[in-house]
Design a binder for this molecule. Structure first.
Ligand SMILES: C[C@@](CO)(OP(=O)(O)O)[C@H](O)COP(=O)(O)OP(=O)(O)OC[C@H]1O[C@@H](n2ccc(N)nc2=O)[C@H](O)[C@@H]1O
Ligand SMILES: Nc1ncnc2c1ncn2[C@@H]1O[C@H](COP(=O)(O)OP(=O)(O)O)[C@@H](O)[C@H]1O
Length: 268
């Protein structure tokens, strides 16, 4: 079976509290986007993993696809599989690409071996892989809170809007990004704010990581500004960076403007 594990953006990201377990409580709207990897999982005589495309740092055993397999293998008598991941989504880019690969592996194994797991059970397995991972089980816009792995409904629909994502090849580690943060109460009620027309989000919807990372990497602020100058209704960094996105009312082509960087553009 071939699947296309897609990335996400964060629309607004408040870091509200440091928790006793060392993680942070956040409030954010997670929204799926079309930038995707390619994942093939087939039953096989022995377990194997191959990746092509963008180089993934670390050993294959640390890859979230294999971690997901091992997690399910502990509880179910599943046969070996061969996994081929073609990596397209930039790594350490705030788009949850690795988390999506892990979640899609859980969904694929569930389907392939008829494990009969409910969405809720699959989300619980995904939570063990990483904070962002459970979101990709249902893979639909959600208000995310707690570690980013608890969900409630949010009234936001960007279907028909056009998104441009710019990744300036700066790898930001999530641990490092959180370590520079002083948590504070959320600046606004995201669920209410996102009901407003998108043109009104600019001064109300913030990503708390920007304040720390923009002074360190001035290019990030420059890209965000260029997106507004090019007519974006809303622009922001996603997650812990370094990808910056702009949402436009109609189709634009900004590939020439950012030709040194990885760019993805398409309808939401
Ligand atoms: C910042 C966010 C926002 O959506 O996205 P990305 O930028 O990674 O896409 C997420 O919170 C990233 O989630 P994820 O990448 O799954 O993080 P994990 O693997 O669970 O944790 C990596 C490290 O980040 C820190 N961490 C993560 C999540 C959280 N709510 N609080 C934290 O403090 C911890 O130090 C943890 O050891
Ligand atoms: N399938 C995978 N794809 C990308 N990174 C992975 C994968 N499995 C494990 N990782 C590890 O996760 C880290 C980054 O995860 P990623 O989801 O790309 O970042 P972010 O959470 O910032 O969007 C990398 O350091 C990488 O070693």
């Amino acid at each position: 079976m071939v699947y296309f594990p897609n990335a996400k953006i964060n629309i607004g990201l408040f870091i509200t509290e440091k928790r006793a377990d060392g993680f942070h409580n956040i409030e954010s709207c997670f929204y799926p986007i079309g930038w995707s990897d390619v994942l093939e999982i087939l039953p096989s005589d022995k377990l194997s993993f191959k990746s092509t495309g963008i180089d993934i740092p670390g050993e294959p055993s640390g890859n979230l696809c294999l971690k997901a397999y091992e997690l399910l293998k502990k509880d179910f008598d599943i046969p070996p599989v061969s996994v081929h991941l073609h990596k397209v989504v930039p790594i350490g880019a705030g788009m949850g690409g690795g988390s999506s690969d892990g979640a899609f592996t859980i969904k694929t194994l569930n389907y392939l071996f008829e494990l009969g797991l409910s969405l809720e059970v699959m989300e619980n397995y995904a939570r063990k892989l990483g904070s962002d991972c459970a979101f990709f089980i249902q893979n639909r816009p959600q208000f995310c809170f707690g570690k980013g792995d608890e969900f409630s409904e949010i009234d936001v629909n960007l279907t028909g809007e056009y998104i441009v994502l710019i990744n300036p090849n700066i790898h930001i580690s999530t641990i490092e990004a959180y370590s520079g943060i002083k948590p504070k109460a959320s600046a606004s009620d995201l669920k209410e704010t996102l009901k407003l027309p998108i043109q009104e989000w600019k001064n109300l919807v913030h990503n708390d990581f920007e304040q720390n990372l923009f002074p360190r990497f001035p290019i990030l602020g420059t890209i965000k500004e260029s997106l507004y100058e090019s007519g974006a209704s809303f622009a922001s960094m996603t997650g812990s960076g370094s990808t910056i996105y702009g949402i436009f009312e109609k189709e634009v082509d900004l590939r020439n403007m950012f030709d040194n960087y990885a760019v993805w553009q398409g309808f939401l």
